[in-house]
Each structure stands twice: as C-alpha cells, then as structure tokens.
Design a protein around this ligand. Structure first.
Ligand SMILES: [Zn+2]
Length: 79
C-alpha cells in the first residue's frame, strides 16, 4: 500500500502563492470546483435550474468561461 504524503505543497513552485489572498481564494475556488459558476452550484448544491451557460453551452465552468463562452469572449481575450 502506497503511503500518502503529508508534506505541504511546495509553495515556491506555484505562482498562486505570490498573489494577494483575495485573488488566491478566487483561483483556488475555480480550481476545486467551489465557485459560484452555474456548473459548480448546480452539480454540488442543486442551486439553479441547470449547469448550462446563458450562451447555451451545456456547462458553465471555469474552462468554458475562460476559453469558450461566446458571451465573454471579448473579456477573456483581454486577460
Ligand atoms: Zn457561455
């Protein structure tokens, strides 16, 4: 049986740790699926009527918002 490491992650290798705490929290929530995006809210808590995005994509998650959403494309391109 493989033992799980109890060591803390190496904070020097992830640039998230150099961000202000507020930004760090937002990125951590997006990474772990604990954001207020529709997919996260609907799949975990059954809040809302679907996981879908207003652009009619079936899943509004962090990847969709950053890469695919037609409604937010102009904003995503500026990031
Ligand atoms: Zn969308």
């Amino acid at each position: 049986m493989e033992r799980m490491s109890t060591a803390s992650p190496d904070r020097s290798k992830d640039p998230i740790y150099s961000l202000p705490r507020h930004d760090h929290v937002i990125i951590s929530r997006l990474r772990t699926g604990h954001s207020k995006l529709r997919h996260d809210m609907y799949s975990r808590l059954k809040v809302g009527d679907s996981s879908g995005c207003p652009c009619e994509a079936p899943r509004q998650d962090a990847s969709h918002i950053r890469l695919d959403c037609a409604l937010l494309r102009e904003t995503a391109d500026r990031m």
